[in-house]
Design a protein around this ligand. Structure first.
Ligand SMILES: *Cc1c(COP(=O)(O)O)cnc(C)c1O
Length: 222
């Protein structure tokens, strides 16, 4: 009941063309089922093993999003069912995704993670490297991965101006890449604390956890 009300409240704020990925990391399958029974299908996890366990226990028509940083050696466990991998920032990871996708005779959709936060972070590529990767011959040869968009995380701060400028930067880069002929559709930006800002700057996929399921008791580790 509580979770369902949160879904209703947040969905009301989202334009129809914005997808909601409900981030269920650390939450029990019962919580996911509650949202599922009310019609929600897109769920996000940041650890491969946890996503695999939940996938095995839950209905087969759930669309699973891997939102965490992906290590190449874990790709094989999710390659048969993952819907979208959000956090790819290496050609070597894309090669592994391609290899595993071939085994399952499918094409796996991926987003490239762009480093937009001013704070120190290990993950995501700077704009120039994203462009280089998009335009590389190596990527063209991976015909079992499809780059369908970009993902970014803003700095964890209360400074709304800073968050807005980081999202704005990714929005204009996204437009620029599209105008260069890249067939990008998804711009995954915004979490519980900043999705309203992300929506103002062109996000069409938000990844929301705590505002839907309540606070997490512990921080999920990679
Ligand atoms: C945990 C997580 C989210 C959701 O965070 P909330 O603040 O709980 O909404 C979104 N994106 C990524 C990549 C995450 O790891």
């Amino acid at each position: 009941m509580f979770i369902y009300q949160n879904f209703k409240d947040i969905k009301k704020e989202l334009p129809n063309d914005v997808a909601l990925v409900a981030v269920s990391k650390t939450k029990p399958v019962a919580d996911i089922l509650e949202a599922y029974r009310k019609g929600h299908r897109d769920f996000g996890e940041n650890k491969v093993q946890e996503m695999v366990n939940k996938h095995e226990q839950l209905p087969g028509d759930i669309r699973w999003h891997m939102i965490g940083h992906v290590q190449s050696n874990k790709v094989k466990y999710m390659a048969s069912f993952v819907t979208l991998i959000h956090g790819v920032d290496k050609l070597s990871t894309l090669k592994e995704i391609n290899k595993q996708a071939i085994k399952h005779d499918r094409v796996i959709d991926c987003l490239l993670q762009v480093r937009i936060a001013r704070e120190e972070t290990k993950f995501g590529l700077p704009f120039e490297q994203v462009q280089d990767l998009l335009e590389s011959q190596e990527l063209k040869e991976l015909d079992h991965v499809r780059i369908t968009g970009l993902m970014g995380m803003a700095t964890f701060t209360d400074d709304v101006e800073q968050i807005a400028s980081e999202f704005k930067g990714l929005q204009s880069f996204f437009q620029e890449m599209k105008s260069r002929g890249h067939d990008l559709k998804i711009l995954s930006m915004g979490m519980s604390g900043d999705y309203k800002i992300a929506l103002k700057h062109g996000s069409n996929m938000v990844r929301i956890g705590s505002a839907l399921f309540g606070d997490r008791n512990y921080i999920a580790q990679d």
